[in-house]
Design a protein around this ligand. Structure first.
Ligand SMILES: *Cc1c(COP(=O)(O)O)cnc(C)c1O
Length: 387
């Protein structure tokens, strides 16, 4: 059998499976503080669970039973998403919104709209799923890196052409968030070079201040950008699975092809899940989400204080559940993450796992309880003071 040889070009283990495995190999006399995988830790919100329970009860009765959901999603959820955009002065129509089972799959699914072998650019260091999906598809993947000097905000490579460009803001892992000017530069570049941007807004709920929460806040983005979003990090849906993708009809062919793709490759997100996701737009739940995000952001600040105390550089942004920091004394991030685990019982993610430009850095996830953030901060200071 001729299996897909492109698999040889990516690591055997997905980054976060590897982080999980490495943590499990160690048994300590003390608790391991897991600041590794970016998975939410706090439970679902009450109203969300109530909505899902009610939806489940509906399925018990013949009159309200539902089978396959529409492959593009239920109207009630699509309407809420459209209104949310409208509140940001962005006009998206219902047939430009697609309900998905989360963002990760979409980053790869979308590549099927174009020929394989196209040229794809990734802002890097980056969340690895999209780049690796493109490699599996046989696309030519390139990276544009940025570093401490530009606070991990890359500027478009004006002398080069790509077919597809992946951007993520606020960025996982660096926490970098693009302002209007940064995003405008990319939108104009895409328009001038006939490229399509895939914008990953998985952390849009973490944005504070006047940073754009959607790429469509930028003029012209509706002609060149697809937006992928998710309820995972806001509503705590990493295990429930729901997100949405916006594909404007102005992007030649993409909207129609995606509708064709859906019919063949996807049978929709469950009714129960979509009723749960709908609560994201409820005023009370919005308050709860904001509180939860602030809780995680306070964890971020606790970790930053520890890093500052031991003079480690970190990307100082306030729109992310992650701290992206630099390993001390120029040691490799792989070695430093092992030291953190073996000497301090802390799981961190090696920056090199976030592909090009990540070597030398490590990511701490603040998706943890307060005690773990405080204990983690303490252990980091103790370890580094003795370094
Ligand atoms: C967590 C994450 C995702 C995955 O989201 P799901 O909706 O759970 O699949 C996508 N992109 C980025 C940047 C993420 O950090």
């Amino acid at each position: 059998m001729n299996y897909n040889k492109n698999f040889d070009k990516i690591p055997k283990d997905y980054l976060f499976s590897k982080v999980r495995k490495s943590a499990e190999l160690y048994f300590f006399d003390r608790k391991i503080i897991d600041l590794g995988v970016g998975d939410v830790k706090a439970p679902l919100f009450k109203k969300t669970v109530e909505a899902m329970k009610t939806a489940c009860e509906e399925l018990l009765s013949q009159k309200t039973f539902r089978g396959y959901s529409p492959s593009n999603g239920y109207q009630f959820l699509i309407d809420k998403i459209r209104l949310e955009y409208q509140n940001m002065d962005i006009n998206i129509s219902n047939d430009e919104i697609f309900i998905t089972d989360g963002a990760k799959g979409q980053l790869g699914n979308l590549t099927e709209l174009w020929d394989s072998g196209i040229k794809v650019l990734f802002q890097s260091p980056c969340y690895p799923a999209g780049a690796e999906a493109n490699i599996i598809r046989g696309n030519e993947v390139d990276f544009i890196t940025s570093d401490e000097q530009d606070s991990f905000i890359p500027y478009p490579p004006l002398d080069r052409h790509y077919d597809l460009i992946y951007l993520c803001s606020p960025c996982n892992p660096t926490g970098a968030v693009m302002n209007k000017n940064d995003l405008s530069a990319w939108v104009n570049y895409a328009l001038n070079t006939n490229a399509v941007i895939i914008f990953d807004g998985a952390y849009s709920s973490f944005i504070s201040g006047d940073y754009p929460r959607s790429i469509y806040a930028i003029d012209g983005a509706e002609k060149c950008a697809i937006e992928v979003n998710s309820f995972s990090k806001s509503l705590g849906f990493t295990g429930i699975r729901c997100g949405y993708t916006v594909i404007p009809k102005e992007i030649k062919g993409a909207n129609a092809l995606y509708t064709q793709w859906l019919g063949r490759r996807f049978n929709g997100v469950s009714y129960v899940t979509q009723r749960g996701a709908e609560t994201f737009f409820d005023a009370d739940v919005k308050k709860e989400v904001a509180k939860r995000i602030n809780f995680y952001k306070t964890n971020v600040e606790i970790l930053k204080i520890a890093l500052k105390n031991v003079n480690l550089w970190y990307n100082n942004t306030v729109c992310s559940p992650y701290v992206f920091a630099k390993a001390p004394k120029g040691i490799s991030s792989d070695v430093f993450c092992k030291t953190l685990l073996e000497k301090a019982g802390i799981v961190a993610t090696d920056g090199a796992g976030f592909l090009k430009g990540g070597e030398g850095y490590f990511r701490l996830s603040a998706f943890c309880g307060r005690e773990d953030a405080l204990e983690g901060a303490d252990r980091i200071m103790n370890l580094l003071n003795a370094f």
